[in-house]
Ligand binder design. Structure first.
Ligand SMILES: Nc1ncnc2c1ncn2[C@@H]1O[C@H](COP(=O)(O)OP(=O)(O)OP(=O)(O)O)[C@@H](O)[C@H]1O
Ligand SMILES: [Mg+2]
Length: 188
């Protein structure tokens, strides 16, 4: 009998990761499935945000990870567009939190957009009421989420944007559970 331990799992995983679009079936990677797409322009990044936005529902928390100028706010704007946010969605860099009225399939809820770059200590998250946004009647988008990682719900979605300036962006979406896998699998 063939000894399957000779299969180089790393190599198998990498070969999936080389592909565009959804890349890794969960039986090979128990932790999560990664989706990887590229974006050449800010409009494309917004469009990917919009595609994700169409798959969201109340209670979702999205952590937006990436360097300064990666395109986190652009991605958030695309989500806002999908959720029917009226008016411009500007960066909450100085205000920390912006809140919008959003709508999805006829249900109204809050779209909460945070930028925690200026937070100094995790405890400040309580003061500004970060967890108030982790409720069923809100969708919460968090730029610079690292400082509050202990507060973040396990079933959040992590979206990482790699690249900045004139570079092509790589957008990696980490589905942490089967529910996210199911909701994202037809993103094209
Ligand atoms: N493919 C791309 N995707 C997104 N933004 C791009 C792309 N190419 C160029 N850009 C430019 O990069 C900038 C991204 O700005 P944005 O405010 O969305 O970044 P950010 O990640 O939110 O930064 P910050 O950490 O400062 O909040 C914009 O000026 C945009 O025009
Ligand atoms: Mg931003």
């Amino acid at each position: 009998m063939k000894n399957i331990s000779f299969i180089n799992l790393e190599k198998v995983l990498n070969s999936y990761n080389e592909r565009k679009g959804w890349v890794c079936p969960s039986f090979l990677n128990q932790i999560h499935m990664k989706y990887r797409v590229t974006s050449l322009t800010v409009e494309q990044t917004r469009e990917w945000g919009k595609q994700l936005g169409e798959r969201l529902r109340g209670g979702d928390v999205i952590a937006l990870i990436g360097d300064l100028g990666a395109g986190k706010t652009a991605f958030a704007q695309g989500i806002g567009e999908a959720l029917g946010v009226i008016g411009p969605m500007t960066s909450p860099t100085f205000t920390l939190i912006h809140e919008y009225t959003a709508q999805l399939k006829g249900t109204q809820f809050r779209l909460v957009h945070m930028d925690l770059y200026r937070l100094q200590r995790p405890e400040e998250a309580e003061v500004i009421g970060v967890e108030d946004a982790f409720v069923d009647d809100a969708v919460c988008l968090i730029e610079w989420p690292k400082i509050i990682e202990d507060y973040l719900p396990e079933d959040r979605l992590d979206v990482e944007i790699i690249g900045s300036g004139e570079q092509v962006r790589e957008i990696i979406i980490y589905a942490r559970d089967l529910d996210w896998e199911f909701r994202l699998k037809d993103m094209t």
